[in-house]
Design a binder for this molecule. Structure first.
Ligand code: IPE
Ligand code: IPE
Ligand code: MG
Ligand code: MG
Ligand code: MG
Length: 297
């Protein structure tokens, strides 16, 4: 059995990535208001699910999760930038994020947009600067290439565009799945595959982890959509009812709340089943899967 509980794993590795983020942004010789805006959203909290997935995958291979600290920080930068932009008036127009006023509410729209841009570009610098003893040049190149795909037009940004274009429409389940897989799933998948790359996984091991990631990505966003309907603002730290207000296509809108909960349960089960065929030490990963599917924050 794995000796580490999810609680102690989370505490240790959240602290590690948060220290790395603070160091990376805090030492930039950039306009003070820009670094303040970047740190404001980075340090507002957040579950750090993507870093935890990356660390847990490295751990599953019996390697030191700390090898992934720079990649984890890079992913959290891209994720935080996506949230800053997602909340803008021209997108979801939300006032609360991670329990605090959204970035544009505090710093203004122009600085919020630029803070997002700076986080996105800094993420690639983080990957290029990974110390040689943590990753070979070959692995670093694969990490950079993977993030550029997952975050861009054939990943998160493409999904965000489809999400906006889907407002006021009743989409097919296939169209909705495309949105979820891209706007949310690709970066979660990247977190998992980046961990596998750092740990030296085989192609076969990566294929199993990709299957796990596909179901985890869908489960994560379906849970997010459910929480938009029946979550508590205090716990989720963002407005409840934003999707309804914006006439978004979501799983609950298409399948009803009970249908969305069934779909979530199915994807969670499939994610866990995908891991059953590996010889890796997946106890922590399985616990994170449950956290993703069952969370109320
Ligand atoms: C929110 O992501 C945006 C989605 C992709 C649904 P998280 O729920 O991981 O947000 P934080 O990082 O914990 O704030
Ligand atoms: C977010 O989807 C996807 C992103 C890439 C940020 P949502 O718009 O549902 O995320 P929340 O609910 O605002 O966190
Ligand atoms: Mg959105
Ligand atoms: Mg939103
Ligand atoms: Mg949402």
């Amino acid at each position: 059995m794995h000796p580490v509980s999810l609680e102690s794993f989370t505490k240790k590795y959240k602290a590690l990535v948060e220290a790395r983020l603070r160091e990376a942004v805090g030492t930039l010789e950039a306009p003070e208001n820009l670094t303040k805006a970047m740190l404001y959203s980075l340090e507002a909290g957040g579950k750090r699910i993507r870093p935890l997935l990356l660390f847990a995958v490295i751990d599953a291979f019996g390697k030191d999760p700390e090898l992934g600290v720079d990649a984890a920080a890079a992913i959290e930068m891209v994720h935080t930038y996506s949230l800053i932009h997602d909340d803008l008036p021209s997108m979801d127009d939300d006032d609360l994020r991670r329990g605090k006023p959204t970035n544009h509410k505090v710093f203004g729209e122009a600085t919020a947009i630029l803070a997002g841009d700076a986080l996105l570009t800094l993420s690639f610098n983080m990957l290029a600067d990974i110390p040689d003893e943590y990753a070979s040049d070959k692995v670093k190149l694969s990490l950079i290439k993977g993030l550029s795909k997952a975050a861009g037009a054939i990943g998160m940004v493409g999904g965000q565009v489809a999400d906006m274009e889907g407002e006021d429409k009743e989409l097919s389940l296939e169209q909705l799945e495309y949105i979820h897989i891209n706007k949310t799933g690709r970066l979660l998948e990247y977190s998992i595959i980046a961990g596998a790359d750092i740990a030296g996984a085989t192609a076969e091991q990566k294929a199993i982890l990709s299957k796990f990631a596909y179901h985890i990505g869908l489960a994560f966003q379906i849970r997010d959509d459910i929480l938009d309907l029946e979550g508590s603002e205090d716990l989720i730290g963002k407005p409840v009812g934003s999707d309804t207000e914006n006439h978004k296509s979501t799983y609950p809108a298409l399948l009803g709340l009970a249908g969305a909960k069934d779909a979530l349960e199915n994807h969670l089960q499939s994610a866990k089943e995908a891991l059953a065929s590996t010889k890796l030490e997946v106890a922590v990963l399985l616990e994170i899967a449950d956290l993703i599917g069952l969370r109320n924050y």
